[in-house]
Design a protein around this ligand. Structure first.
Ligand code: ZN
Length: 126
């Protein structure tokens, strides 16, 4: 109601159009500030995480030499293909062997943002 009173006062004082413009600018700036704040908060939330975590994470594929049971877990230091690890196959209770180590794409928000930013690269597939 105070806003309306101010508006009325401004309208009465003369320049009605200007008062409406000021009010519109005020509302618009509030909206813009809100959007900027939300965007900033989103960036702050994603930013540090994006820096800590690489876009690709390395995973290790463990395989049971007996039955071929496969398990994927995150790469640990010292992992190499052919290494026998402590983890055992739930079926045959045999130590699992590292079958493969590869990088896995994380299809997250950071990835999507990066795709948007890289204008030069066009989608080769899909
Ligand atoms: Zn097995």
């Amino acid at each position: 109601m105070l806003v309306l009173e101010i508006l009325w006062a401004l309208a009465s004082s003369g320049d009605y159009v200007l008062s409406i413009d000021l009010y519109t600018i005020y509302i618009l700036s509030m909206v813009v500030i809100s959007v900027v704040m939300v965007a900033y908060m989103v960036l702050v939330t994603i930013g540090p995480r994006g820096k800590k975590e690489p876009e690709k994470r390395v995973v290790t594929v463990l395989r049971c030499p007996k039955c071929g049971y496969k398990k994927i877990r995150e790469f640990r230091e010292g992992d190499y293909v052919g290494k026998i690890v402590d983890e055992k196959c739930p079926k045959c209770n045999v130590s699992l062997v590292i079958d493969a180590i590869y990088e896995e794409n994380i299809m997250g928000l950071s990835q999507a943002v990066k795709n948007k930013k890289s204008k030069g690269k066009k989608e080769a597939h899909n």
